[in-house]
Design a protein around this ligand. Sequence first.
Ligand SMILES: CC(=O)[C@@H](O)[C@H](O)COP(=O)(O)O
Length: 252
Amino acid sequence: MFYGIPLTSRLLLGTAQYPSPAILGEAITASGAEVITVSLRREGAGGGAFRELLRDTGRRILPNTAGCHSVREAVTTAHMARELFATNWIKLEVIGHADTLQPDPFALVEAARILCSEGFAVFPYMTEDLILAERLVEAGCRVLMPWGAPIGSGQGLRNPEGLRSLRAHFPGIALVIDAGIGAPSQAAAAMEMGFDAVLLNTAVAKARDPVGMARAFGQAVAAGRLAHEAGLMLRRDMAVASTPVFGMAELA
Ligand SMILES: CC(=O)[C@@H](O)[C@H](O)COP(=O)(O)O
C-alpha cells in the first residue's frame, strides 16, 4: 500500500534502456508490475509517443526526477511530471555525486519538504542512513526508497545490516529497495528481510532476454514476500539434526 493505494505486485519496474518499445511492453506484462517509473528527461527525449505507450500499459505511473542535481531542478521536474502524467506521485531523485549517483541527502530533504507541502506523494531515493530517513518522514514522506547499491551497478544489497536496521526502525513506513539490484535472488533477499517492495530497471532492460528476466524478478519478489510472511528459520552456529533418532531400527 503506497499513500493509500493498495497494490498486489511488490515489484516496481523502470522503463529505460529496453531494446525496443515492444519488448518494454512485454517485459512489463511478464513482470506483473502494477507500477512503472519513468524519467521526465527520458520522457522528454521520447516525446508523446512514449507517454502514450506507458499509458497503454494500464499501469500506475510513478514519474521520477532522475538526472536532477539540485532542489530547484527536482521541484520543477516534479511540477512538470504532475501535469504530464496527472498524478501527485513523484519518485524524488536528487543526485549528489556523479560517479556513484549517490543521492544528496541535504537537497533531498529540502526538496521533499517542498513537494510534500504542495500535496505530492513523495517516494525519495535515498541511502540507508537512519537520520536521513527520520528527516524524510518528518518532511511528510510515507514511503522511503533506500538504495541496494549504486544505480546500474547490479551489486545487490551492499549493506544488509544497515538495511535491516532501517527496516526495524521504521515498521510503519513502506520501504522499497531501489537501485543496484542485479539478480532475482537479490530481490528475493530484500523481500525476505521484510522490505515492502523492490524497484529495478537495468537488470531487466539489459538482460539477454528482458521478458524472461522480468518474469523471473516478478516470481522472485513474490517468493521472497511469501517466505517473509511464512517466517524464516533462525540461523544457528552449530548443526542440529533434522532427523529424529527415536524409534530407529536396531541393526546390530
Ligand atoms: C529507473 C530508475 O528509477 C532508476 O533510477 C532506479 O534507481 C533503478 O536502478 P537500477 O537500474 O540499478 O535497477
